[in-house]
Design a protein around this ligand. Structure first.
Ligand code: PGA
Length: 269
């Protein structure tokens, strides 16, 4: 089972380009709270011709203007977060309907920075996913264990709980993407100057756990759910990671902020 997913050469799909879910591999840039509007417009101008599946999770305030420049382009827009509420007196929140109006077709949910800094719970994350699905926006459910949990060998338990609670009451999983982002591999949470991604063996192991949990939840319907990896993906390691058949794409933070490095990543898929 593990070996089947180690190499993209296994199975009938062309090496590297397609994941275990059958679809093309997808790259999501998570810009977090970085760049200016001018820089973001210049950025998309430079990568606009890509034919690959590229999504940019940009700050809310850039989305509208970026959307105008991305009409008829392959690049899609994502929110980095969404309110768990439909509408109302929730100062500072942005609803799924608003994201839709801005042209978003994807949205990150439950990123570890939201879970850790803003104390988002699995239950809130689930409500956010439900809101997004109502408006046809594809949720990217981010999950992953922290270092202490990994050391205590709690990874499987944590991931399974995040998955089951996050997907509670969701009957149609086809639009959902999962991003496995071990907290200890995300560059922002690493203290050393040199950042480390998870090893390919770690990635395969946890993706298999996620796949099995999804299968228990959704039976055959789980097959098309894309599972991405995120955590210090960069031009140096992206090929090795995306060569894994079980990896349907990558969620890229730090390395998506420079045109040169993100372009190198795009070209490698
Ligand atoms: P990183 O961030 O690629 O800088 O580790 C990934 C993320 O936070 O989504």
């Amino acid at each position: 089972m593990k070996e089947q997913f180690m190499s993209a050469k296994c199975g009938s799909l062309p090496a590297g380009r397609h994941g275990a879910s059958g679809g093309k591999k997808i790259l999501i840039a998570n810009w977090k709270m970085n760049l200016s509007l001018g820089q973001s417009l210049n950025f998309i101008k430079k990568i606009a011709k890509t034919k690959n599946e590229v999504v940019i999770a940009a700050p809310f305030t850039f989305l509208c203007e970026m959307g105008k420049h991305l009409k008829r382009k392959k690049i899609k827009l994502a929110g980095q977060n969404v309110s768990q509420f439909k509408e109302g007196a929730y100062t500072g929140d942005v609803s799924a309907r608003m994201l839709k109006e801005e042209g978003c077709t994807f949205c990150l949910v439950g990123h570890s920075e939201r879970r850790i800094y803003f104390k988002e719970t699995d239950k809130e994350i689930n409500q956010k996913i439900l809101q997004l699905l109502k408006y046809g926006i594809r949720p990217v459910l981010c999950l992953g264990e922290n270092l202490a949990q990994r050391r205590k060998k709690l990874t499987k338990k944590i991931i399974t709980k995040q998955l089951i609670t996050g997907l509670w009451d969701i009957k149609k999983p086809e639009k959902i993407l999962i991003a496995y982002e071990p907290v200890w591999a995300i560059s922002t949470f690493q203290k050393s100057k040199i950042k480390h991604s998870a090893t390919t063996a770690d990635i395969v192991k946890i993706h298999l756990i996620i796949k099995a949990a999804l299968k228990r939840l959704y039976k055959n319907k789980s097959k098309t759910i894309k599972i991405l990896y995120g955590g210090t993906v960069n031009p140096k390691n992206v090929k090795e990671i995306l060569k894994l058949k079980i990896v349907d794409g990558a969620l890229v933070g730090g390395a998506s902020l420079k045109i040169s490095s993100f372009n190198a990543i795009i070209k490698s898929i």
